[in-house]
Design a protein around this ligand. Structure first.
Ligand SMILES: [Zn+2]
Ligand SMILES: [Zn+2]
Length: 238
């Protein structure tokens, strides 16, 4: 957190250096990035990512869309038009906040985007099957995504029973857990643990962690078996 000198913000542990939440999902043929955070450019440089086939969005909050302009580097080198998958709420925000990418007379070098509207039905991106999972971020609908045995859910504080069914059977669940204290639109650590245990997912990682949660090593040591804190650069094979 800018300007903060709490024990997490000054911690020398690399796992306490958290950028904004995003994941990359990769098969042999296809690479998808879920959300383009304000840190997207640095995340792509850090991981030396050369190709991205599609961007998938969870919801229109700034910390999940702000980095979209930087897909233009992928337009130059790999993918002349980036495929973007989002629900209509997120599409509206993208068109508003990146209006220059959708104008009739485009300035050269703006990102080239093709918007694909998604709802709550399964679809394919290349060879990767995607099952949207609708969750609630206070009153905002947010899409989580299940890819085979891996499910990613961020920015939720409520999941309806019918959507929970879609998560069951996952081998790995990534779920948001902001901090220990109550928050109006994010699961707390305790609430996230309850969901993982209710859904009986064997391995879980918590993400979208605030500096208010505490130091990685200390919280990790408190968690039940099979539940971990995610950290930047974590790679999971499913
Ligand atoms: Zn949000
Ligand atoms: Zn967020």
């Amino acid at each position: 957190m800018i300007g903060c000198d709490c024990e997490v913000c000054i911690s020398p542990d690399k796992k306490d250096k958290r950028l904004r939440p995003s994941i990359m999902v990769q098969s042999k043929e296809t690479t998808i990035v879920v959300d383009t955070t304000p840190d997207f450019r640095y995340q792509m440089l850090r991981e030396n990512v050369k190709k991205v086939d599609a961007i998938l969005f969870t919801h229109p909050h700034k910390d999940h869309i702000a980095g979209l302009d930087d897909v233009r580097a992928f337009n130059f080198f790999y993918n002349p038009v980036m495929q973007v998958y989002a629900n209509s709420l997120t599409e509206e925000a993208i068109k508003r906040e990146f209006s220059y990418a959708f104008s009739d007379k485009k300035y050269p070098g703006v990102p080239e985007l093709n918007l694909n509207t998604i709802m709550n039905d399964p679809f394919m991106i290349g060879d990767i099957p995607v099952i949207p999972v609708l969750v609630w971020h206070l009153k905002m609908p947010v899409l989580g995504f299940r890819f085979g045995k891996f499910t990613y859910i961020t920015d939720a504080n409520r999941i309806e029973d019918s959507e929970k069914e879609k998560i069951k059977g996952s081998e790995v669940l990534v779920l948001n857990a902001l901090r220990k204290q109550h928050h109006i639109s994010h699961f707390t650590l305790g609430e996230a643990i309850d969901i993982v245990q209710e859904l009986k997912v064997p391995v879980s990682y918590f993400t979208h962690i605030s500096h208010q949660l505490g130091k990685h090593a200390e919280i990790e040591a408190e968690l039940p078996e099979g539940i971990h804190l995610a950290y930047d650069g974590l790679k999971i094979m499913v």
